[in-house]
Design a protein around this ligand. Structure first.
Ligand code: LMR
Length: 399
């Protein structure tokens, strides 16, 4: 019956993370998957989350299905966090927001909606992008193309090439953009570049789809939402999938959202209805627990403050580790330009190591990075950073 089923080659991120778990070496270091580990190398339980969950435990009640759109308090909290509570688009009701199964669930539901209502559009993703973007949109039935983004020479952004490629797209092309902390490169647009890009998007009547999975890991919660707010200010209609996996350390709870910023409230109602239909066709309705935690933290002033300061500590710790890695590699390879370790932002750094060098890091040094060369800097800590610097220096020296 199933002999024609193709063997699954595995996922470049999730399968490598599983390989890491199976590796018997006790000194192995996981810089593969985009997960924040604390200074002790543990997956943190944030204090704000712990307190919210404790309060929830004392109020255990029935667990009915949530609406197809999800938890109303959570949906409101998502809008306020992404756009600001006082943003005109929020106040006028022209954003359709649903709770989804992580950011991936948001991307998937939005992809299904788009295929139904923009069947002739094609999707354009950055070169490179998160491995799953292409698979998701191809899975929704789209042709997926790339626009220039990362420059391997400078390990920075090819902004002019990116802008002119996007400026040549047909109207209603779907342009996937990372709002901050680009995955996998850690290379972001600055605010002036966003403004230029938004002008092109508007003029060519493109349909941006933003992915924001790392809000708070770049420059700050508000700063990292710049692109979303600038697009909404400019009156552009767009999609945004968001995730709380990293910023609340709630990976397994699958807490995310999808928001569609529309021209007016009436259109937002139409879009919301068809998002509900897409949810029903996929999984009926989302789960309760994670959304209750996030809503409680974001809407309780002292918990919110606690969460913001914990997130700030996480962001700052990654920056310190980036600097220590940079110092460690430069000390071992004087004159080598590895400034990208500190210039790239968020959890990820695109290190420029080849697939063979990534294999050498893993096999010879027990240091796991993706074969694309992506390293998760949030897996570095004071105990492992020198060993990682030593390992990088060794494979870079060997060429
Ligand atoms: C990553 O990019 O490593 C994370 O977003 C986890 C995932 O699902 O790929």
């Amino acid at each position: 019956m199933f002999l024609h089923v193709d063997p699954y080659p595995g996922d470049p991120i999730l399968t490598l993370n599983e390989d890491f778990q199976k590796d018997p070496r006790t000194d192995k270091i996981n810089l593969s998957i985009g997960i924040y580990f604390d200074e002790q190398g543990r997956l943190p339980v944030m204090d704000a989350v712990r307190q919210a969950e404790s309060a929830m435990l004392s109020q255990i009640g029935p667990k009915p299905y949530l609406p197809m759109t999800g938890n109303p308090a959570y949906r409101e909290a998502v809008q306020h966090l992404l756009f600001g509570a006082d943003h005109e688009a929020v106040r006028s009701g022209r954003i359709a927001t649903i709770q989804t199964l992580g950011g991936s669930g948001g991307l998937k539901v939005g992809g299904d909606f788009l295929k139904r209502y923009f069947p002739n559009s094609q999707v354009w993703v950055s070169d490179p992008t998160w491995d799953n973007h292409r698979a998701m949109f191809e899975g929704a039935g789209f042709q997926v193309n790339t626009y220039p983004y990362y420059d391997p020479e400078t390990k920075g952004l090819k902004f002019d090439a990116m802008l002119s490629a996007i400026d040549a797209l047909p109207a209603q092309s779907i342009v996937l953009l990372h709002a901050c902390c680009h995955n996998p490169t850690g290379v972001d647009l600055n605010q002036a570049q966003w403004r230029q890009l938004i002008e092109v998007i508007q003029r060519r009547r493109l349909l941006p789809y933003l992915d924001i999975a790392y809000q708070g890991f770049g420059d700050g919660i508000e700063e990292d939402a710049f692109a979303l707010r600038a697009l909404a200010d400019a009156g552009v209609s767009f999609f945004v999938a968001n995730s709380f996996s990293k910023s609340f350390s709630l990976y397994g709870e699958r807490v995310g959202g999808l928001s569609v910023v529309c021209p007016d409230k009436a259109q937002a109602q139409l879009v919301l209805g068809q998002l509900m239909s897409a949810v029903r066709r996929n999984y009926s309705s989302p789960p309760t627990h994670g959304s209750q935690i996030v809503a409680r933290v974001l809407q309780t002033p002292d918990l919110r403050q606690m969460w913001e300061s914990e997130l700030t500590q996480m962001r700052d710790r990654i920056k310190v580790m980036r600097q220590r890695l940079y110092d460690g590699v430069v000390a071992r390879l004087p004159g080598r330009d590895v400034r990208y370790f500190i210039d790239q932002r968020g959890m990820f750094s695109y290190t420029g190591v080849s697939p063979q060098q990534a294999d050498a890091l893993r096999e010879q040094h027990g240091v796991y990075v993706l074969r694309s060369g992506r390293m998760c800097a949030a897996g570095l800590n004071a105990n492992n950073v020198d060993r990682v610097a030593e390992a990088f220096a060794a494979v870079l020296r060997a060429g």
